[in-house]
Design a protein around this ligand. Sequence first.
Ligand SMILES: [Zn+2]
Length: 193
Amino acid sequence: MTGEEVLNTFQARGALLTGHFLLSSGLHSPRYLQCALVLQFPDEAARLCSALAEKVRNDDRIGRIDAVIAPALGGVIVAHETARALNVRALFTERQENVMTLRRGFAIEPGERLLVVEDVVTTGGSTREVMKVVAAYGGIVAGAGSLIDRSGGSADLGVPRHALATLEVPTYIPEDCPLCREGSIAIKPGSRG
Ligand SMILES: [Zn+2]
């Protein structure tokens, strides 16, 4: 699957929006990704995640994977479908009082090799938090993956990393936003009406 095919899939599902958006960070952007709109179709989720699993499998630096792990909520489906393709278990972490934690009786055995995945990597912050959880259990982060890399390829996680497509998305502080200057108003993506 080429990056272009992946982005076309997102576009076709209305998951790659163009306009004037207010991001949760407070920044404005002309593009917005709503991965859930693609992942709501189980066959699309399976197709994309098996393509990600194939990239991981073909990377000799990553080696054996014992489990896939992702931050909830955004990463859960990606972890599940990637794990299915790799025939390993799928775990997820959750924030508890703002700290990324492994709950629900999930366990990582010392020496187990994990793949950390997300739907979209922007700065890699969430992936890094999950990597810390894995390390705290004595697990080894063998690699990382996401469907989309929104960092334009610049996010460095210190482990081999794969994405199906790379997207360079400009963001602006409201005072410097050219779209605001043109007179339009930034909207919160996902809001209706
Ligand atoms: Zn703006």
